[in-house]
Write a protein that binds this ligand. Structure first.
Ligand code: HEC
Length: 500
């Protein structure tokens, strides 16, 4: 996938260089083309419809060249048709520029829009409250298939799908579970939140909480869902039973500066949500204990935060800013910044994990700009080791019953490799190439840690199941870009070795 993206990028950059910035007239013409050819599916305000939202924020993760490519050639097995025979090259180039133009008035998505989007799809009161599928409810996997926007619910003992259903376009940030593991909550890039009943294998409710969403968190008492948005920059609080709107919380810094939300996670022992803000130097803690007000406690930080991870006791935050060359540690009790840590490789902290090494907690994180795994001592905050890998990684996983921490080589020519790091020696013990030439990524363990499920992130990819000790391949299920997979038991226990 990355190689293709890179090839397109190289092919496109030549053209982009030759091309001038579009004139106002060209943009206006592109606007008319949009109305004529695209609006029926992508919406009058580009908020989306049958097709995804096409706002600059929505297209932030894909490059202009990919957008051009999609318009020219369409997307296979979707309603997105090829326009190469309908529009000429200049028209397509202008359309691309048009889509990256910010809207003249900031797009709004208010309470009435949220309420109007709310749909109840099943009546919970009439559904059985026990699992109806015969599999172990705590060893199910929720598998997100990004290639064609589907979700598979997999029996984690037999490795057989129980069901498969379409999701909203581009699920974001990993699904989250109710504390009993019955319900799973999905957020999509375009702000759709879905509530799914794993006991009855049925969708319960949906709501569009924003136009561009980072992720969501579920409170540890199962009562609240908090959604973190880029557009509009705010938090949206939903009733976890049916996703009805409770209220939106504007994310304004102390001095009134509006901010987008980088990430929101629940901190179970603190009975609170912790929110990283993207545009102001604050972390927020919102308690949900008792009768909560959801008035944020503001913690000043030394930099804006892109992502963070908790220590095992949830006392400290390990946070990074993409701009800064390091990480900072924030004490959630005192609100003080404890220390800065040199982490030069742009760590993907949200995917970092911890384990016990010689009775001490260590924390390991992949880095997205350098091929190394950073390992920290969580007592001294010292960098113990940088483990060189075959390229920058994105995901890391382990299990208390496994001797290895698995990490991918997500970026670069060796992205078909995964490394297994010995959790005690901190050396690479094994390197696997599950499908040579294809991007091997995210892994997740079964609840007991005996098996590992690995994603090969390719259109002709697969979910591969390994014995976590012998590393023998048990099964291969073909899938279209299976991105993440989430084990219900590991997730609701916030198990060691899995990120939150
Ligand atoms: C019949 C409905 C339909 C029409 C008309 C349509 N699209 Fe799409 N478009 C879609 C769907 C559905 C997708 C999502 C495809 C997928 O699953 O990846 C999509 C995807 C896209 C994407 C990729 C977005 C992303 O984030 O990956 C772009 C860009 C896009 N369309 C642009 C256009 C433009 C420009 C036009 C008009 C020239 C247009 N589309 C017309 C349905 C449509």
């Amino acid at each position: 996938m990355r190689l293709i993206a890179l090839a397109l990028l190289l092919a496109g950059s030549f053209q982009a260089a030759a091309q001038e910035a579009p004139s106002a007239a060209a943009l206006e013409q592109a606007g008319r083309l949009y109305t004529q050819h695209c609006q029926s599916c992508h919406g009058a305000k580009r908020f989306g419809g049958a097709g995804p939202a096409l706002l600059p924020e929505s297209l932030g993760r894909i490059k202009a060249d990919e957008v051009r490519e999609v318009i020219r050639n369409g997307r296979p097995a979707s309603q997105m048709a090829a326009y190469a025979d309908v529009l000429d090259t200049a028209q397509i180039d202008n359309l691309v520029s048009y889509l990256y133009q910010p809207a003249s008035t900031a797009p709004n998505w208010g309470d009435s829009d949220i309420r109007a989007s709310h749909r109840l799809l099943a009546d919970l009161d009439t559904l059985p409250s026990t699992p109806q599928h015969g599999a172990d409810p705590l060893n199910l996997f929720v598998v997100v298939e990004a290639g064609d926007h589907h979700v598979t619910i997999l029996d984690g003992d037999r490795f057989e799908p129980l069901t498969r259903f379409p999701s909203h376009f581009a699920l974001h940030g990993g699904p989250k579970f109710s504390p009993d593991g019955r319900f799973v909550y999905f957020a999509s890039r375009d702000g759709w939140v879905s509530l799914y009943d794993l006991h009855n294998l049925t969708l319960i409710a949906e709501v569009r909480a924003g136009l561009n969403t980072r992720n969501l968190a579920v409170s540890n008492d199962g009562r609240w869902v908090l959604v973190g948005n880029y557009l509009p920059g705010n938090l949206v609080l939903l009733d976890a039973r049916d996703l009805s709107l409770v209220k939106h919380i504007p994310t304004l810094g102390q001095d009134g500066t509006p901010s987008r939300v980088s990430a929101v996670y629940t901190a179970p022992p603190r009975d609170s949500f912790v929110v990283a803000l993207k545009d102001v130097q604050e972390v927020w803690e919102l308690s949900y204990a008792g009768e909560p007000t959801f008035i944020p406690r503001r913690i000043q930080t030394r930099d804006v935060l892109d992502d963070f991870s908790f220590t095992p006791d949830y006392r400290h935050l390990l946070a990074t800013s993409r701009k800064a060359k390091g990480g900072q540690v924030i004490d959630l009790d005192s609100g003080a910044a404890v220390i800065d840590i040199a982490l030069p490789g742009m760590p993907h902290l949200g995917s970092g994990i911890y384990w016990k090494r010689n009775d001490k907690w260590v924390f390991a994180t992949p880095n997205v700009s350098q091929g190394l795994i950073s390992v920290l001592d969580l007592q001294t905050w010292k960098l113990i080791k940088e483990i060189p890998t075959e390229g920058p990684g994105f995901f890391m996983r382990s299990h208390i019953n496994s001797a290895y921490a698995w990490t991918d080589v997500f970026f670069g020519p060796n992205n078909d490799a995964v490394h297994l790091i010995d959790k005690q020696t901190l050396e690479i013990a094994h390197t696997l190439r599950p499908m040579p030439g294809k991007n091997a990524a995210h892994v997740e363990f079964t609840r007991d840690g005996r098996y590992v499920l690995l994603s090969v992130w390719d259109r002709d990819g697969a979910l591969i199941i390994y014995d976590s000790k012998t590393l023998e391949e048990i099964k291969r299920i073909p899938m279209n870009k299976p991105s993440g997979k989430y084990n219900v038991g590991n997730k609701i226990e916030f198990a060691e070795g899995t990120s939150h």
